[in-house]
Every structure is written in C-alpha cells, then in structure tokens.
Design a protein around this ligand. Structure first.
Ligand SMILES: [Zn+2]
Length: 324
C-alpha cells in the first residue's frame, strides 16, 4: 500500500484566520475564519478521504476495514483510527476547556475515548500566550469559587509560546490557546470537550455560550499544577537531528531537522509525517509522495522503510506513531 495523502477537512470557526491557506497552502476561500485543517481524522462528523492515487475517494475508515494488515500492521484489530491530526490557526482565545481521560470518557459516552493532546507551535506573535494547567496548589474549591465570581484568570498557568515549542497536554489538564498561534496538533481520536469559561464573551446570538462546569470540575486533575513546554531529548547524526518531543501511552512525536536524505523505519506500525518547513519527497517500496510545507502523509504499516529526500533547503518534519 502506497503512502496516503488525504483531502484536508477545513473547519471554519470564529477564532480562525487565513494562515491555513497563506502559510500551509490549504484550499481556503475568501472568509477570515479558517480555524482547523483536519489532516488525518476518523470521526463520525469528519472522516479523512484519500486525495489521489490507487485509493482516491476511499475513506481512512474504509481502508482500515478493507486492508487492516497492510495499513495498520500490529494494530490491525482497531476499528477506529487512534489519532486525530490537525493544523490550527488561532486568532482569538479559544474557550478554556478540559478533556476527560479514557476511564472518565465512557461515563459520558460508551463509544468515546479520552483526549490527551500535544501542540507543536509553528508560528506565534511576540505576545502570544496559552493556558496550560493551573497555578501550583489551586484546589477544586478555589477553582470553583474563582469561576463563579469571574476571577478564574487568577488561577490559570498562562505562558508565552514561540515557534518550535511543544506543549504536551494530558487529559484532565485545563487548557486554552491564545491569539496569534499557528500549530500542529496530535490528539487521541475523541470529540469530548468540556468548556469551562469563554473569557466573558457572548456567541453570535448575544448570549454566553454553554459551559459545562460540573463535568469540567469532575474531569480536572487538580494535582497536576502548571504545564510547561517540553525539553526534548536530541540525537544527531551528521546534519540530521531527531528530537523526541512526546512519548506517552497514545502517541510518540519525533521532530526531524535535516538537509540531506534520511531514512525512517516503519516497523509494522503506521507513521504520520507532517512537513513543517521546506519540501521533500517521501518514498517507500510501494510509492512516493511529494510534500510541501503543511503536507501530511500517512505511511501504511507495510511500508517497511521510508526515505525522505529534502528537495529545497533544510526541512523540519514531524513523525507521529503509536508507542506500542
Ligand atoms: Zn483540547
């Protein structure tokens, strides 16, 4: 099975912008609110469709059923693709939110998963900030009190971010993205989000948007405290640097920086590659894909090895895979 490139699923939301098109070359129109590009998705309301080649028009979901061994290898028994991969363009504060873990998720919906996620920042304004966790020592009671009296911001761990930062956000962590941030997002395939606070704003109908205070408080881990950008382990061979950004139960993220060709082994597990800078050709024994900035490709588990050849100057490539 050849490398699979999917049609991006573009979502317009009020906090979006235009950088999915202007920077990442996604097909956008004339509006100003392009917020998310779902690159690899297997949700009831968003299923990735192969864009070209032998499997053009087929969904990822169908291919998992038709070719489980080739596509998924050691994960052939899965019935839903385990990861959701996106680019996001945030131009306003997103609502403050929290996601349940796997055990909590099934209490709300037996078919749902928890959501652990990670962000790799591609671009940010000098004053861009995120919320990642709570200040040290904030208890459920204090948090609920500040939420009720409109002073929630005093409890949040707000930090500046810049291009290149990676922030790992485990399930049960209160979080939000601030304005000016373009990023790649890797998360568990899940659609369970509880909104805590919307920064005092109202929706298009003039009313505050719905918040889920009880569920949010029940799902938050108040022992976690502040979360800061990761300090990656780095290995270097010649001009090829590999940084291990995240290794968790759900996904691993490596970041490759290189100017010369290098090889990515595909050991009976799928690999997802996201090109963040430069351009490249990716070749397996079964086919090839041309990548430009903003391209995502899924290498089926049967790919054996992938050879990545930069076709311009230095490239930056994310490699995402399942840890087990
Ligand atoms: Zn989230």
């Amino acid at each position: 099975m050849e490398p699979l490139v999917f049609q991006p699923l573009i979502k317009q939301i009020r906090w979006g912008g235009r950088r999915l098109g202007t920077v990442l070359q996604k097909p956008i129109g004339d509006a100003a609110d392009y917020a998310e590009s779902w690159e690899v998705a297997d949700q009831p309301d968003g299923r990735s469709i192969v864009a070209s080649g032998t499997y053009a028009g087929r969904s990822l979901h169908e291919l998992m059923k038709l070719h489980p061994a080739e596509l998924m290898g050691r994960h052939a028994s899965l019935t839903q693709f385990p990861l959701l991969i996106k680019f996001l363009d945030a131009n306003d504060w997103l609502s403050l939110q929290v996601h349940p873990n796997d055990q909590q998720a099934v209490r709300y919906n037996p078919d749902e998963n928890g959501k652990t996620e990670a962000w790799v920042i591609l671009d940010a304004q000098p004053d861009s900030q995120i919320c990642a966790g709570l200040k040290q020592g904030v208890t459920r009671e204090q948090f609920a009190h500040h939420l009720a009296d409109g002073t929630i911001e005093e409890t949040l761990h707000l930090i500046p971010v810049k291009a290149g930062d990676c922030v790992f956000v485990p399930a049960q962590t209160v979080h939000a993205l601030g304005p000016g941030i373009l990023l790649a997002e890797v998360q568990q395939q899940s659609n369970l989000t509880f909104r805590l606070y919307d920064w005092g704003r109202v929706g298009s109908d003039g009313k505050p948007r719905e918040v889920h205070v009880e569920q949010s408080l029940d799902c938050t881990d108040f022992t976690r405290g502040p979360v800061n950008p990761v300090t990656p382990d780095q290995t270097r061979s010649g001009d090829h640097t590999v940084e291990s950004l995240v290794e968790c139960d759900y996904f691993c993220i490596h970041r490759h920086t290189a100017t010369n060709p290098f090889c990515i082994p595909v050991d009976d597990r799928f690999r997802i590659l996201m090109l963040l800078q430069g351009s490249a050709t990716v070749k397996t024994g079964f086919g090839a894909a041309e990548l430009k900035r903003g391209s995502t490709v899924l290498l089926p588990a049967c790919s054996i090895d992938a050879e990545v050849t930069p076709t311009g100057s230095s490239l930056i490539l994310l490699e995402v895979f399942h840890p087990a």
